[in-house]
Design a protein around this ligand. Structure first.
Ligand code: 8YV
Length: 312
Protein backbone atom coordinates (compact mmCIF):
# COMPACT_ATOMS: atom_id res chain seq x y z
CA UNK A 1 0.00 0.00 0.00
CA UNK A 2 1.24 3.48 -0.86
CA UNK A 3 1.99 5.64 2.22
CA UNK A 4 -0.41 8.54 2.74
CA UNK A 5 1.14 11.97 2.29
CA UNK A 6 -0.33 15.35 3.17
CA UNK A 7 0.84 18.03 0.72
CA UNK A 8 0.29 21.46 2.25
CA UNK A 9 0.91 23.74 -0.74
CA UNK A 10 1.02 23.74 -4.52
CA UNK A 11 4.38 22.54 -5.83
CA UNK A 12 5.86 22.00 -9.29
CA UNK A 13 4.16 19.57 -11.70
CA UNK A 14 7.38 17.51 -11.61
CA UNK A 15 7.18 17.13 -7.85
CA UNK A 16 3.44 16.55 -7.75
CA UNK A 17 3.71 13.82 -10.40
CA UNK A 18 6.57 12.20 -8.49
CA UNK A 19 4.55 12.25 -5.30
CA UNK A 20 1.53 10.73 -7.00
CA UNK A 21 3.61 7.91 -8.46
CA UNK A 22 4.80 6.73 -5.05
CA UNK A 23 2.22 7.93 -2.50
CA UNK A 24 -1.44 8.51 -1.90
CA UNK A 25 -1.40 12.29 -1.88
CA UNK A 26 -3.94 14.43 -0.05
CA UNK A 27 -4.10 18.15 -0.86
CA UNK A 28 -6.24 20.13 1.55
CA UNK A 29 -5.38 23.48 -0.08
CA UNK A 30 -7.22 22.31 -3.20
CA UNK A 31 -10.24 20.90 -1.41
CA UNK A 32 -13.53 22.77 -1.14
CA UNK A 33 -13.40 22.09 2.60
CA UNK A 34 -9.74 21.70 3.65
CA UNK A 35 -10.62 21.05 7.30
CA UNK A 36 -12.99 18.24 6.40
CA UNK A 37 -10.36 16.61 4.17
CA UNK A 38 -7.71 16.76 6.89
CA UNK A 39 -10.24 15.31 9.36
CA UNK A 40 -10.94 12.38 7.04
CA UNK A 41 -7.32 11.42 6.33
CA UNK A 42 -5.40 12.68 9.38
CA UNK A 43 -5.07 9.35 11.20
CA UNK A 44 -3.23 7.68 8.30
CA UNK A 45 -0.88 10.51 7.25
CA UNK A 46 2.74 9.32 7.46
CA UNK A 47 4.45 12.26 5.74
CA UNK A 48 3.84 15.96 5.33
CA UNK A 49 5.26 17.79 2.32
CA UNK A 50 5.48 21.54 2.76
CA UNK A 51 7.45 24.65 1.80
CA UNK A 52 10.03 26.42 3.94
CA UNK A 53 7.81 29.49 3.75
CA UNK A 54 4.81 27.61 5.15
CA UNK A 55 6.24 24.95 7.45
CA UNK A 56 3.83 22.93 9.56
CA UNK A 57 1.04 24.91 11.25
CA UNK A 58 1.20 24.38 15.02
CA UNK A 59 -2.33 23.02 15.28
CA UNK A 60 -1.65 20.29 12.70
CA UNK A 61 0.89 18.24 14.66
CA UNK A 62 -1.60 16.91 17.18
CA UNK A 63 -3.98 15.87 14.45
CA UNK A 64 -1.43 13.59 12.78
CA UNK A 65 -0.73 10.69 15.16
CA UNK A 66 0.94 8.50 12.51
CA UNK A 67 3.27 11.21 11.22
CA UNK A 68 6.82 9.92 10.62
CA UNK A 69 8.46 12.57 8.48
CA UNK A 70 8.19 16.15 7.28
CA UNK A 71 9.77 16.88 3.90
CA UNK A 72 10.43 20.59 3.49
CA UNK A 73 10.69 21.91 -0.06
CA UNK A 74 13.22 24.60 0.85
CA UNK A 75 15.82 25.25 3.51
CA UNK A 76 14.00 27.36 6.09
CA UNK A 77 12.95 25.55 9.25
CA UNK A 78 11.58 28.54 11.13
CA UNK A 79 8.00 27.34 10.74
CA UNK A 80 8.65 23.74 11.71
CA UNK A 81 8.65 23.00 15.44
CA UNK A 82 11.89 21.02 15.58
CA UNK A 83 11.66 20.34 19.32
CA UNK A 84 8.23 18.85 18.91
CA UNK A 85 9.37 16.81 15.91
CA UNK A 86 12.38 15.51 17.87
CA UNK A 87 10.21 14.64 20.88
CA UNK A 88 7.93 12.56 18.66
CA UNK A 89 10.79 11.05 16.64
CA UNK A 90 9.57 12.69 13.43
CA UNK A 91 12.33 13.09 10.83
CA UNK A 92 12.54 16.52 9.18
CA UNK A 93 14.35 16.95 5.86
CA UNK A 94 15.13 20.02 3.72
CA UNK A 95 16.65 20.72 0.30
CA UNK A 96 20.01 22.35 1.03
CA UNK A 97 22.72 23.10 -1.52
CA UNK A 98 20.52 23.20 -4.62
CA UNK A 99 19.11 26.72 -4.19
CA UNK A 100 22.18 28.50 -2.83
CA UNK A 101 23.25 30.27 -6.03
CA UNK A 102 19.69 31.14 -6.93
CA UNK A 103 18.88 32.93 -3.66
CA UNK A 104 22.27 34.68 -3.75
CA UNK A 105 21.60 35.83 -7.33
CA UNK A 106 18.28 37.29 -6.34
CA UNK A 107 19.91 39.14 -3.45
CA UNK A 108 22.52 40.63 -5.77
CA UNK A 109 19.81 41.37 -8.33
CA UNK A 110 17.77 43.24 -5.74
CA UNK A 111 20.82 45.26 -4.77
CA UNK A 112 21.64 46.23 -8.36
CA UNK A 113 17.99 46.93 -9.24
CA UNK A 114 17.63 49.13 -6.22
CA UNK A 115 20.90 51.01 -6.72
CA UNK A 116 20.37 51.55 -10.44
CA UNK A 117 16.59 52.13 -10.08
CA UNK A 118 15.97 49.45 -12.71
CA UNK A 119 12.39 48.81 -11.76
CA UNK A 120 11.26 52.41 -11.55
CA UNK A 121 13.12 53.24 -14.78
CA UNK A 122 11.36 50.30 -16.46
CA UNK A 123 8.04 51.75 -15.29
CA UNK A 124 9.12 55.17 -16.63
CA UNK A 125 9.66 53.68 -20.11
CA UNK A 126 6.49 51.56 -20.12
CA UNK A 127 4.31 54.38 -18.89
CA UNK A 128 5.40 56.64 -21.78
CA UNK A 129 7.07 59.17 -19.49
CA UNK A 130 10.37 59.18 -21.45
CA UNK A 131 9.07 60.96 -24.59
CA UNK A 132 7.37 63.48 -22.33
CA UNK A 133 10.78 64.38 -20.95
CA UNK A 134 9.71 63.68 -17.41
CA UNK A 135 12.49 63.81 -14.88
CA UNK A 136 13.82 60.48 -13.65
CA UNK A 137 16.06 60.76 -10.57
CA UNK A 138 19.65 59.61 -10.97
CA UNK A 139 20.52 56.17 -9.71
CA UNK A 140 23.37 55.28 -7.35
CA UNK A 141 26.56 53.45 -8.28
CA UNK A 142 26.53 50.00 -6.71
CA UNK A 143 30.27 49.43 -7.02
CA UNK A 144 32.57 50.62 -4.29
CA UNK A 145 30.07 50.17 -1.44
CA UNK A 146 30.80 48.51 1.85
CA UNK A 147 28.78 45.32 1.95
CA UNK A 148 27.54 43.61 5.11
CA UNK A 149 26.06 40.14 5.37
CA UNK A 150 23.94 39.05 8.30
CA UNK A 151 24.23 35.25 8.36
CA UNK A 152 27.32 33.78 6.72
CA UNK A 153 25.98 30.32 5.91
CA UNK A 154 25.98 28.75 2.46
CA UNK A 155 23.83 31.47 0.91
CA UNK A 156 25.62 34.27 2.77
CA UNK A 157 28.95 33.01 1.47
CA UNK A 158 27.57 32.83 -2.09
CA UNK A 159 26.37 36.44 -1.80
CA UNK A 160 29.82 37.47 -0.53
CA UNK A 161 31.49 35.75 -3.49
CA UNK A 162 29.11 37.36 -5.99
CA UNK A 163 29.46 40.79 -4.33
CA UNK A 164 33.27 40.67 -4.27
CA UNK A 165 33.83 42.27 -7.72
CA UNK A 166 31.58 45.19 -6.74
CA UNK A 167 32.24 45.73 -3.08
CA UNK A 168 34.80 48.00 -1.45
CA UNK A 169 34.82 45.59 1.48
CA UNK A 170 32.76 42.74 2.87
CA UNK A 171 31.91 42.25 6.53
CA UNK A 172 29.49 39.98 8.34
CA UNK A 173 27.79 39.04 11.55
CA UNK A 174 26.88 35.47 12.49
CA UNK A 175 26.25 33.97 15.91
CA UNK A 176 29.89 32.92 15.85
CA UNK A 177 32.82 34.02 13.68
CA UNK A 178 33.17 31.74 10.65
CA UNK A 179 36.58 30.08 10.23
CA UNK A 180 38.61 30.58 7.09
CA UNK A 181 36.78 33.52 5.49
CA UNK A 182 38.49 36.77 4.49
CA UNK A 183 35.64 39.01 5.73
CA UNK A 184 35.61 41.22 8.83
CA UNK A 185 33.47 39.94 11.69
CA UNK A 186 31.23 42.27 13.70
CA UNK A 187 29.90 41.18 17.06
CA UNK A 188 26.29 42.36 16.56
CA UNK A 189 23.83 43.31 13.81
CA UNK A 190 24.06 46.89 15.12
CA UNK A 191 27.85 47.01 14.80
CA UNK A 192 27.62 45.50 11.32
CA UNK A 193 24.96 48.01 10.22
CA UNK A 194 27.13 50.89 11.45
CA UNK A 195 30.07 49.65 9.40
CA UNK A 196 28.40 49.04 6.02
CA UNK A 197 26.39 50.71 3.22
CA UNK A 198 24.45 47.67 2.00
CA UNK A 199 23.15 45.11 4.47
CA UNK A 200 22.09 41.68 3.17
CA UNK A 201 19.89 39.58 5.45
CA UNK A 202 20.36 35.84 5.02
CA UNK A 203 20.03 34.66 8.57
CA UNK A 204 17.44 31.99 9.48
CA UNK A 205 14.18 33.49 10.67
CA UNK A 206 12.83 32.80 14.13
CA UNK A 207 9.31 34.03 14.66
CA UNK A 208 9.63 33.38 18.39
CA UNK A 209 12.43 35.92 18.97
CA UNK A 210 12.46 39.72 18.54
CA UNK A 211 13.52 40.80 15.04
CA UNK A 212 17.29 41.28 14.68
CA UNK A 213 16.74 44.35 12.52
CA UNK A 214 14.93 46.99 14.53
CA UNK A 215 14.72 50.78 14.43
CA UNK A 216 18.15 51.18 16.05
CA UNK A 217 19.85 48.92 13.48
CA UNK A 218 18.12 50.78 10.64
CA UNK A 219 19.30 54.09 12.08
CA UNK A 220 22.83 52.71 12.23
CA UNK A 221 22.63 51.62 8.57
CA UNK A 222 21.99 55.26 7.84
CA UNK A 223 20.51 57.56 5.22
CA UNK A 224 22.63 56.18 2.37
CA UNK A 225 22.11 52.60 3.50
CA UNK A 226 20.33 49.86 1.58
CA UNK A 227 18.71 46.79 3.14
CA UNK A 228 18.27 43.58 1.16
CA UNK A 229 16.17 40.81 2.73
CA UNK A 230 16.08 37.33 1.19
CA UNK A 231 15.78 35.55 4.56
CA UNK A 232 12.46 35.86 6.36
CA UNK A 233 10.12 38.72 7.14
CA UNK A 234 10.47 37.88 10.83
CA UNK A 235 14.13 39.00 10.77
CA UNK A 236 13.00 42.64 10.39
CA UNK A 237 10.63 44.82 12.40
CA UNK A 238 8.50 45.58 9.35
CA UNK A 239 6.73 48.60 10.84
CA UNK A 240 10.12 50.12 11.75
CA UNK A 241 11.37 49.39 8.22
CA UNK A 242 8.39 51.08 6.58
CA UNK A 243 8.92 54.11 8.83
CA UNK A 244 12.66 54.18 8.08
CA UNK A 245 12.01 54.07 4.33
CA UNK A 246 9.34 56.74 4.53
CA UNK A 247 11.36 59.25 6.55
CA UNK A 248 14.76 58.71 4.91
CA UNK A 249 16.40 56.95 7.86
CA UNK A 250 17.65 54.50 5.21
CA UNK A 251 17.84 55.03 1.44
CA UNK A 252 16.08 51.94 0.17
CA UNK A 253 15.23 48.27 0.49
CA UNK A 254 15.07 45.21 -1.73
CA UNK A 255 12.62 42.76 -0.22
CA UNK A 256 11.79 39.20 -1.21
CA UNK A 257 10.18 38.26 2.09
CA UNK A 258 7.60 39.83 4.40
CA UNK A 259 6.14 39.38 7.85
CA UNK A 260 2.71 38.19 6.69
CA UNK A 261 3.09 36.76 3.18
CA UNK A 262 1.45 37.23 0.73
CA UNK A 263 0.34 40.47 2.36
CA UNK A 264 2.77 43.32 1.75
CA UNK A 265 2.32 46.55 3.73
CA UNK A 266 0.33 49.01 1.63
CA UNK A 267 2.84 51.80 2.33
CA UNK A 268 5.63 49.89 0.55
CA UNK A 269 3.60 49.63 -2.66
CA UNK A 270 3.73 53.37 -3.21
CA UNK A 271 7.46 53.79 -2.53
CA UNK A 272 10.00 54.28 -5.33
CA UNK A 273 12.92 53.41 -3.06
CA UNK A 274 11.96 49.76 -2.71
CA UNK A 275 12.09 46.76 -5.02
CA UNK A 276 9.61 44.04 -4.09
CA UNK A 277 9.54 40.36 -4.97
CA UNK A 278 6.94 37.71 -4.06
CA UNK A 279 9.31 35.30 -2.22
CA UNK A 280 11.19 34.22 -5.34
CA UNK A 281 14.67 33.37 -4.05
CA UNK A 282 14.58 29.74 -5.11
CA UNK A 283 12.10 30.24 -7.95
CA UNK A 284 14.30 29.25 -10.90
CA UNK A 285 13.72 26.31 -13.22
CA UNK A 286 17.03 24.82 -12.12
CA UNK A 287 16.62 25.19 -8.38
CA UNK A 288 12.99 24.09 -8.32
CA UNK A 289 13.75 21.02 -10.41
CA UNK A 290 16.59 20.00 -8.08
CA UNK A 291 14.45 20.78 -5.02
CA UNK A 292 11.68 18.55 -6.38
CA UNK A 293 14.12 15.70 -6.94
CA UNK A 294 15.53 16.12 -3.45
CA UNK A 295 12.12 16.13 -1.74
CA UNK A 296 11.28 12.87 -3.52
CA UNK A 297 14.67 11.41 -2.63
CA UNK A 298 14.29 12.41 1.02
CA UNK A 299 10.87 10.76 1.21
CA UNK A 300 12.02 7.67 -0.63
CA UNK A 301 14.99 7.26 1.70
CA UNK A 302 12.69 7.52 4.67
CA UNK A 303 10.18 4.98 3.42
CA UNK A 304 12.60 2.51 1.91
CA UNK A 305 15.37 2.49 4.47
CA UNK A 306 14.08 3.73 7.81
CA UNK A 307 10.56 2.51 8.15
CA UNK A 308 9.68 -0.01 5.47
CA UNK A 309 10.08 -2.95 7.78
CA UNK A 310 8.11 -1.46 10.66
CA UNK A 311 4.94 -0.76 8.71
CA UNK A 312 2.74 -2.97 6.53
C1 8YV B 1 10.73 28.63 -1.04
C2 8YV B 1 12.14 29.06 1.07
O1 8YV B 1 10.08 29.77 -1.47
O2 8YV B 1 13.98 27.60 1.12
C3 8YV B 1 13.14 28.20 1.76
O3 8YV B 1 13.08 28.10 2.98
O4 8YV B 1 11.52 29.87 1.68
C4 8YV B 1 11.99 28.98 -0.41
O5 8YV B 1 12.94 28.25 -1.03
C5 8YV B 1 9.71 27.72 -0.50
O6 8YV B 1 10.15 26.86 0.49
C6 8YV B 1 9.10 26.98 -1.68
O7 8YV B 1 8.20 26.01 -1.37
Amino acid sequence: MKPDVLQLKALSPQLEAGLEAAYTVHRPYRAADPEALIGEVASKIRAVVTGGDLGVPTELWDRLPALETVAVHGVGLDKVDLDLAAARGIAVTTTPGVLTQDVAELAIGLWLSLSRRLVSADRYVREGRWPKGERLPLAWRASGRKVGILGLGQIGKAIAAMATPFAASIAYHSRRPVEGVPYAYHASPLALAKAVDVLFLVTPGDAGTPPLIDAAVLKALGEDGLLINVARGSVVDEAALVAALADGTIAGAGLDVFEDEPNVPQALLAMENVVLQPHRGSATVEARSAMAALVLENLEKHFTTTHSSSRP
